[in-house]
Write a protein that binds this ligand. Structure first.
Ligand code: DGL
Length: 248
């Protein structure tokens, strides 16, 4: 199966990492809209327009499935993308909600959703979680973590002070934290340490693997996955990040 993976930038590589770890596909074509990242501070119409343009890009390849490895796009543009597409388009929000349910069945659990401004504003995770009976929900737009990850600051003072800024007021560690932005798994270790390992972290990449396993006929491949990386700006930069993150 040849699939496309789309993100506003490099964050979706954290989803590719999970797909590669599970050897699920023969070929992955990745497109990062690096010229226009971040999407998370843009309005709904812009996010939809950019996402439909990305869909056009994938028409150059005969893909069987498109994974939008961006929570912001998943929260706003999936319906429009599906309408204009001949193949399946799946996002990361529904898989994240299902992964949470599988990891933490107790609907009284305290759940903290982290995301970009746009994702948090959409209320997409809350909607999905409430439908399953979860009520103890809160959300923080941790937008600064996007450029921090893009700068490769996975540890150190800058990251630490951003975590203090966002989480310093919390009375206790939540039972679960949804990493509702595909950039955030890169700083998952620091978030885990911040909350002293007391919170279960939900990661879009692992969530999508779980979702694919339940909804699609995918099986581990014996051959290595073919990878192609494209970007709307500085594709060499994206390929360099992919080499580092994916240990290629
Ligand atoms: N990776 C994107 C997401 O999952 C966030 C980055 C952005 O703001 O474009 O929402």
């Amino acid at each position: 199966m040849r699939i496309g993976v789309f993100d506003s930038g490099v964050g979706g590589l954290s989803v590719v990492k999970s797909l590669l770890d599970h050897h699920l596909f023969e070929e992955i074509i990745y497109f990062g809209d690096t010229a226009r990242v971040p999407y998370g501070v843009k309005d709904q119409n812009t996010i939809i327009r950019y996402s439909l343009e990305a869909l056009e890009f994938f028409k150059n390849f005969e893909i069987d499935l498109l994974i939008t490895a961006c929570n912001t796009v998943s929260a706003y543009a999936l319906d429009e993308m599906r309408l204009q597409s001949t193949h399946d388009v799946i996002g990361v929000v529904d898989p994240g909600v299902l992964a949470l349910k599988n990891a933490i069945p107790d609907t009284n659990a305290s759940i903290l959703i982290l995301g970009t401004k746009a994702t948090v504003k959409s209320g997409a995770y809350e909607k999905g979680l409430r439908a399953l009976g979860y009520t103890n929900l809160s959300a923080i737009a941790t937008s600064l973590l996007v450029p921090i990850v893009e700068e490769g600051l996975y540890e150190g003072a800058v990251l630490q002070s951003a975590l203090d800024h966002y989480f310093g007021h919390l009375p206790h560690a939540p039972d679960a934290i949804i990493l509702g932005c595909t950039h955030f798994p890169l700083v998952a270790a620091a978030i885990n340490t911040y909350f002293e390992g007391k919170s279960t972290l939900i990661h879009s990449g692992e969530a999508i693997v779980e979702y694919l396993d339940h909804h699609y006929d995918v099986h581990p491949q014996s051959n290595p996955t073919q990878l192609k990386f494209f970007a709307s700006e500085n594709p060499e930069g994206l390929r360099k990040t992919a080499k580092e993150w994916l240990a290629l």
